[in-house]
Design a protein around this ligand. Structure first.
Ligand SMILES: [Zn+2]
Length: 220
């Protein structure tokens, strides 16, 4: 079965963002208490270990233990871009050094409920995407960006256990804050490599090559 996966699900309007820690613009936030359940903490630990392990395979060691990952149900925190209702948030200090990553409870409900079907479809949980994005802000000081890689008439075709996926375009980085909630696990290796500064593709072909996928003709 052939299926086209669009990486942008624009209907998902919740952004992952960042804000300075402490008082700014009349707003003052403390790092909220952690509200994670056992299942949520387990999922975070699995995803964190996965990101660390993937980085090690590129010879880069991430010390994420100094960066607390807090789960919160608070919706009132305003990001530096003026938004509320975040999926993820990086609190940083005056030197733009990450103090803590906040993850909203909402995506967990989806990820935990969908865990089995996500595995079957080999899609990375939204929590993976959000956590990697926030590591970009909090650990690497990265900003948002928006760049799509595509090539006329071509697409990446990924063969997986039960089906193939066609990707007519991908975002260069998970720092694209308009990106949707799902990325195929086969792209995980690329997005981790990009965030940690190991490899950044400048074309769709380079992404395909990096993940050992083939480029095929896109149907008209
Ligand atoms: Zn962000």
């Amino acid at each position: 079965m052939q299926k086209t996966v669009f990486l942008f699900l624009l209907a998902v309007s919740i952004l992952s963002c960042n804000r300075p820690f402490g008082a700014i613009d009349g707003l003052d936030y403390e790092i909220p208490d952690d509200e994670s359940t056992t299942e949520e903490r387990q999922l975070i630990n699995e995803i964190k270990a996965d990101i660390i392990q993937t980085s090690v395979s590129f010879g880069i060691k991430l010390d994420l233990d100094k960066l607390p990952i807090i789960v919160t149900s608070r919706q009132d925190i305003v990001t530096s871009e003026g938004n509320t209702g975040f999926n993820g948030l990086c609190f940083w200090d005056q030197n733009k050094k990450g103090k803590a990553i906040l993850l909203n409870k909402a995506p967990f409900r989806y990820d935990l409920y969908k865990a089995e079907s996500l595995k079957k479809a080999e899609l990375a949980p939204q929590t993976f995407h959000t956590l990697l994005h926030e590591i970009g802000h909090c650990y690497f000081g990265r900003e948002h960006e928006s760049q799509i890689l595509q090539r006329d008439g071509k697409q990446i075709t990924i063969h997986q256990t039960n089906e193939s996926y066609n990707l007519p375009f991908v975002t260069t980085s998970v720092m694209d804050n308009t990106a949707g909630s799902m990325i195929p696990y086969s792209l995980k290796k690329y997005y981790v490599a990009e965030i940690i500064g190991y490899f950044r593709a400048s074309s769709l072909d380079e992404v395909a090559h990096f993940i050992n996928a083939e480029m095929t003709d896109r149907p008209e």
